[in-house]
Design a protein around this ligand. Structure first.
Ligand code: SAM
Length: 326
């Protein structure tokens, strides 16, 4: 088997695959006006997804994250989960979801083969949650998380984007929440995208500010696993849960990059904030194109840059994260 290694010696065991650009939320930092369909070609179909995942698995990819948009809006999600988890070499199938459909579907997804769950939960206060996401679905999301905690997942993680003046005072509430729950919360530093410039200037908080508070409160940094996400994870002997911090503006963030992305229409994106996509869809129409697909992915990896240009305000072709699969 080949392995995916780029020109900087980074290996890529981890693919984030967007299943749709559509989202039913209106998060103030991402899609404040809601998703607008643009009439372009449809999102990848089940057979295309299966061929894509076979191609990446042939190159050593073992961890797949399904994302979007909101992946739970795909009616065929259980079939997608079952198909990708059956691909030889795939050991972990995770999903990132806004969680509002969890109470209805999480058991089915688990039975289909889902091994890990990430749920976005930007506030522990239902009113703030409503204000940030545009939806009053706090009760469903938290109920869904409680159900998921009883289903034997490898991990259940929550994501909260850190927002100045909106949710950056909630560390004590999160610590209470984590005291008895085997769950990790990831605080994500707000990233500037093509569409959120003014919002970013108003609400961006440096992740280091939170990390200083964690160290003072006795939390300690744990070592990172090879196929782990980008979070720096902290633990504390008094709490069952863990706290992760994702700091895309920190100095060595890109040095630890281990993931590639494919958009819902089948473009390989080498970086969340890159300037171009590489069309894989023409090679997903027949099993006969498997070798060509593998070769295209391996060759294109040579173009992966050392790091993003976010510090210089370069957000590439990403208007918002729903467009690429955050
Ligand atoms: N709809 C799903 C969800 O809500 O988790 C998956 C897609 S969403 C784009 C993935 C993650 O990206 C969410 O946790 C969301 O909060 C985060 N996100 C979106 N825009 C962001 C931004 N500008 N900066 C940091 N995180 C962002």
């Amino acid at each position: 088997m080949q392995t995916l290694v780029d020109g900087f010696g980074r290996a890529f065991p981890y693919l984030r695959l967007s299943l749709t650009e559509a989202c039913n939320y209106r998060c103030s930092y991402c899609l404040p006006d809601g998703y607008q369909a643009d009439g372009r070609p449809k999102f990848l179909a089940l057979d295309e997804i299966e061929r894509l995942v076979r191609g990446f698995a042939a190159l050593g990819m073992s961890k797949l994250r399904l994302t979007g948009g909101e992946p739970s809006l795909r009616k065929d999600l259980p079939s997608i989960i079952a198909a990708v988890s059956a691909v030889p070499g795939i050991r972990k199938v995770a999903i990132t979801t806004n969680g509002c459909l969890l109470p209805r579907h999480i058991r089915t997804w688990r039975e289909a083969g889902l091994t890990a769950l990430n749920v976005s939960l930007d506030s522990l206060d239902p009113q703030r949650f409503h204000a940030i996401t545009g939806h009053d679905r706090f009760a469903e999301v938290t109920e869904g998380v409680e159900i998921a905690l009883g289903l034997g997942f490898d991990s259940v993680k929550l994501n909260a984007v850190l927002l100045r003046g909106l949710n950056d005072d909630e560390l004590p509430a999160w610590c209470d929440y984590l005291r008895e729950r085997d769950v990790a919360i990831r605080f994500i530093e707000l990233m500037r995208t093509g569409d959120n410039r003014a919002y970013f200037e108003r609400h961006h908080v440096r992740a280091e500010t939170l990390e200083q508070q964690l160290l003072i409160a006795g939390w300690s940094l744990r070592p990172r696993a090879p196929d782990a996400g980008p979070a720096r994870e902290y633990t504390h002997p008094d709490y069952r849960g863990r706290i992760g911090v994702i700091a895309p503006y920190s100095k060595d963030f890109c040095a630890g990059c281990n993931r590639l992305r494919v958009t819902a229409r089948g473009d390989l994106r080498l970086c969340l904030f890159g300037d171009f996509g590489i069309a894989l869809r023409p090679l997903l129409q027949s099993d006969a194109d498997h070798d060509g697909l593998v070769a295209r992915i391996a060759t294109q990896l040579g173009l992966k840059a050392a790091g993003h240009g976010l510090h210089q305000g370069q957000t590439g072709i990403t208007p918002h994260l729903a467009s690429i699969g955050g």
